[in-house]
Ligand binder design. Sequence first.
Ligand SMILES: [Mn+2]
Length: 349
Amino acid sequence: MCNNITHYLLAMQNNISDIATQIREKILLSTNILIVPHRNLDGDGLGCALAVKMAIDQLGRASTVAASDSKLLPGLDFLPGYKQIVHEFEPEKYDLVIFIDHSEFERTGFTERYPEWEGQVKRLVIIDHHSTTRHGDSIADLIVYADSKAPATAMILLPMFRFWDIKITEDIATCLLLGVYTDTDSFKNDYTDANSSENDDANNAALRTSAELMTLGGDLSKITQDFFQKRESGALQLWGRAMSRLKVSRFGAAVTAIYEKDFIETKTAPDALGGLINEIIRTVKDARFAILMVEKNGNIKISLRSTQFADFDVSKIAALYGGGGHKKAAGFSVYGKLREEVAWMIENT
Ligand SMILES: [Mn+2]
């Protein structure tokens, strides 16, 4: 086992050397760089975007992090560079764009506001760990580094930064640690489509990388306290409503719903639901998968998660309704309002 992990980490490091050189060259060729994580930002997207900015600072180039969410993850405002994140930008000002933790213009959340943007991008670098990574062939000068076996984009960045001779400061270590910690769901070994032995290897590597990041000054207690233990009371009231409606079907689906009025009455927005399905709904004993239906603006967004140890592919359900995702986490949207009868119909499919 120990050997496997060493191989795993070494393989990551070796694979990365060529591509890391090319990416560093692109950065050094550029004068103004735009770093763009995905919309509905998570810990990995945010931590990695900020870490890449700090690394680019060390390479002596100017960069900006742009995120389309109007409200960023609130518990993480202690992260260096968080307050400098912009929500709008002038596309023509940048000579290199870096996509972090995703691979598509669509996923940035900026394409509606800047429909011309894709046509204006001269150079694009994609650093991602999703199995859905698409090679954006509309851009002539493109480098894609995708490793779908990496538990987090942060796991890719650490060896890449080393290759660039970046000093891993305490701030960089904290940002990368946030990525590994959140994308592994706090090391719960549950992040990819991989089979269980690959999952074990990857999780072991995630723990080793995290230990290393903590030795370098990564502040895990700050991450866990500020991100996971400072919830708004309205968010918990909202979670309570979902929990009180929870039902488990005979097919092993743990199902619950949030109605539009719940947001109004608890004075919350959909981002308050972050963590609910993974941390609560999915943990129901005997459930094989969890369904959270959320009604908002005439739409019902359905999130699906397999439970930790069930071999159940929720992306197949999502695909039936034109949605997407992977084996453990998928979703789709339908127009309409939520009525309990409808919920029971969905449960029986
Ligand atoms: Mn990620």
